[in-house]
Design a protein around this ligand. Structure first.
Ligand SMILES: [Zn+2]
Length: 257
């Protein structure tokens, strides 16, 4: 677990930018510095805002330390009519739960794609516009997250508890805003390599089945350019392959609990 205090101590919040982290027990414990300059934008709240946003820390997860063979599939950037229903169909057919990190403006327009189809699935916050939150000031980040949180509640009747910032960027005011809203942050440890394996779902499935470890969080996308469909085509073989290795699929919140 990395607390906001630890982040402040490490200088991450003060400096902004993308940090490199080392895993210890599945959580971020050592920040090694950042691999590029700060991105600009306002990093912290004004002094008189700090009390208002300090809720006691944000946990940042990219896998879960466990010996149990559990894995969480996550799908970002939807819902959009092009692919989201097809992913839901494959997941339903295989009876596999997943977590969808939705883009608020997509949800606002296409909530019907998810409504009534989420019984086994979880929904998380992936910002309103998919802008890089690290480039926004605190008020801007909060607008992005609150609009999306509200859309998830209005359209789907869910209270999201997990944030995945676009591009996995944690810089700027992202962690402060997550803290203020009571969110934990979920990144990933494995992913569908949609560019490398475009058009070769069998290779994609082999790669991912071989890469998953107990507690893995897997990133894929249910929106975007056509190369991302390799994830859809690979999904049945991924599910079968991981089940053959003894894995069970859970939502991200289940994995984290
Ligand atoms: Zn995204």
């Amino acid at each position: 677990m990395v607390t906001r205090r630890a982040l402040l101590r490490s200088g991450l919040l003060a400096a902004g930018g993308a940090a490199t982290a080392v895993a210890a027990g599945g959580h971020v414990e050592h920040w090694l510095g950042w691999d590029r300059p700060p991105l600009g934008g306002g990093y912290a709240a004004a002094a008189d805002d700090l009390g208002a946003v300090h809720r006691g820390g944000v946990r940042i997860h990219y896998f879960v330390p466990t010996t149990e063979k559990v894995v969480a599939l996550t799908f970002d950037d939807g819902p959009l009519p092009s692919y989201t229903p097809r992913f839901l169909d494959v997941l339903d057919e295989a009876e596999v739960p997943a977590t969808f990190f939705v883009v608020g403006r997509h949800l606002e327009e296409h909530a019907g794609l998810l409504r009534g189809r989420l019984a086994r699935h979880e929904v998380g916050n992936h910002s309103w516009s998919h802008d890089d939150l690290a480039t926004l000031d605190l008020a801007g980040v909060r607008r992005e997250l609150e609009r999306t949180h509200d859309a998830i509640r209005r359209h789907l009747g869910r209270e999201a508890t997990l944030l995945r910032p676009p591009y996995g960027h944690l810089g700027g005011s992202t962690v402060l805003a997550a803290d203020a809203m009571g969110y934990d942050i979920a990144l990933w440890s494995q992913q569908m390599r949609e560019r490398r394996y475009a058009g070769d779902p069998a290779a994609q499935a082999r790669d991912l089945v071989g890469a998953v470890r107990p507690g893995s969080i897997v990133l894929a996308h249910d929106a975007g350019d056509e190369r991302r469909l390799v994830a859809l085509d690979a999904l049945p073989a991924v599910v079968a392959g991981l089940r053959a290795r003894g894995y069970r699929f859970v939502t991200l919140s289940e994995l984290l609990s």
